[in-house]
Ligand binder design. Structure first.
Ligand SMILES: Cc1ncc(COP(=O)(O)O)c(C=O)c1O
Length: 444
């Protein structure tokens, strides 16, 4: 007998699922259930349409339930449900890796993972192992940044800089240091695009490297645009300076492009947008349009060869991998997603819409408790003045009210982040900022 699991709209029990990054008790008293999606919209269990202002969690860049992607997954599941990637293979993962490397000249290898956190751990491990196989095994230190988000693995929270994600989990990885974050409302508020102030903050890397000595430092990891801590746009010249300092000291630079990859900035990747080439690039989310979990780490030309040159033929060169690395369903979803991006010119579309988006974002100046607005590509950060003694309460009120009015937004602290699917029309932008403006005016 067929069971139409997708028709379950009222689960028997909400208690068994320990929900991630959620106020579980509050949610279970007042659940927000999404049961269907198409294009720019979700449908809720009570039949309301919600405009997706966040592409799910920054991942559904081509919009929801795209036929080509759905079909690719269905057909692949019917043909080959699972195949290991350890000492075995299946054609689609190779095909996808090859397609990905053609998107990013200068990066000739791709390591598949199950998502962003695994991509980050993979990149950190490759960096440390790379130095070791080159005979510089003392290079083990990792440098992240305050307010950085690199997922939730122990590597990611160690180099990350979000206090709540770190403080409950013990002493984390040893040998990690942090750059200062680049957010300075006094100097940057209401900037359109990249702030002019703050490029000098990259010089802090020289101080940190001098403290530890370059011979102990493996890698620096940053998000080119920090998303999860409230949309922090890199100051002009900042990323270029990080690259120069890393080059000077033989340190690998890792860009965490889990949200900036696959068109979010109006270019394929942030590395292209900013003209700065890191050594390793972590991706996930938009890689499969969020349909099947998958991540990928891009390695700059030469890194893979170093591992191959140093290990005897026939031996495993990198002792790392996941059961789901290159999963057939994810690979099929990835290939179809890349086709949709290309056929519909979605990255170019994002670039074309970016100026209209920017004007819409900045039209909120002076509305309710807004104290800063920032934007790049199809990303917006809307910072609210917090209620004294009740941090996050005001943004959470905005989230709930927007949801009631049919708009999905995302909040972190008292900052609202918007990152809709790249198929959006100008009318969606008008609706999004119209609804949000109305909500902001009613906040306590
Ligand atoms: C920059 C960055 N890195 C890593 C991650 C973690 O990805 P995942 O949740 O797929 O593990 C995220 C998720 O939002 C992210 O924004």
């Amino acid at each position: 007998m067929d069971t139409d699991y997708q028709d379950i709209t009222r689960p028997n029990d909400l208690e068994s699922f320990w929900m991630p990054f959620t106020a579980n008790r509050a949610f279970k008293k007042n659940p927000r259930m999404l049961v269907e999606a198409e294009g720019m919209h979700y449908t809720t269990a009570d039949g309301r349409r919600i405009l997706d202002g966040t592409a799910g969690l920054w991942c559904v860049n081509a919009g929801h339930r795209r036929e080509k992607i759905v079909k690719a997954i269905q057909k692949q599941a019917e043909k080959l449900d699972y195949a290991p990637s350890f000492q075995m293979g299946h054609p689609l993962s190779f095909e996808l890796a090859s397609r990905l490397t053609t998107m990013l000249p200068g990066y000739d290898r791709v390591f598949f993972t199950g998502g962003g956190s695994e991509s980050v751990d993979t990149a950190l491990k490759i960096a440390i192992a790379y130095h070791r196989v080159r005979g510089e095994g003392a290079r083990t230190r990792l440098i992240g940044r305050e307010r950085g988000y690199h997922g939730v693995g122990f590597g990611g929270i160690s180099v990350g800089g979000i206090v709540a994600n770190r403080k409950f989990f013990g002493s984390l990885l040893p040998g990690v240091d942090h750059l200062p974050h680049t957010h300075s409302p006094e100097n940057q508020a209401f900037t359109r695009g990249q702030p002019a102030w703050g490029g000098h903050l990259a010089d802090e890397l020289e101080r940190i490297v001098a403290l530890h000595d370059a011979s102990t430092v493996a890698a620096v990891i940053v998000e080119p645009v920090a998303g999860s801590t409230g949309v922090l746009i890199p100051p002009q010249g900042y990323l270029q300076k990080l690259r120069q300092i890393c080059d000077k000291h033989g340190i690998l630079l890792i860009f965490d492009e889990v949200i900036t990859g696959f068109g979010r900035l109006g270019s394929s990747f942030a590395t292209e947008h900013f003209g700065v080439k890191p050594d390793l690039i972590t991706t996930a989310k938009g890689l499969t349009n969020g349909c099947v979990p998958m991540g990928a780490v891009f390695a700059k030309q030469g890194i893979y060869d170093t591992f191959m040159d140093k290990a005897p033929e026939g031996t495993i060169e990198l002792f790392h991998g996941y059961t789901y690395s290159g999963h057939p369903l994810a690979a099929a979803a990835g290939l179809a997603t890349l086709d949709v991006y290309k056929e519909e010119g979605l990255f170019e579309r994002a670039a074309e819409l970016a100026p209209y988006w920017e004007d819409a974002v900045h039209s909120l100046k002076g509305t309710g408790p807004v104290i800063d607005l920032r934007n790049l590509g199809i990303i917006a950060g809307i910072e609210l003045e917090g209620i004294p003694g009740k941090p996050t309460a005001r943004a959470m009120e905005a989230f709930t009210k927007a949801y009631e009015k049919g708009l999905l937004i995302r909040t972190t602290g008292d900052i609202i982040a918007l990152s809709p699917p790249l198929i959006l029309e100008k009318s969606h932008i008008d609706e999004m900022f119209g609804t949000l403006g109305d909500v902001l005016k009613t906040l306590h």
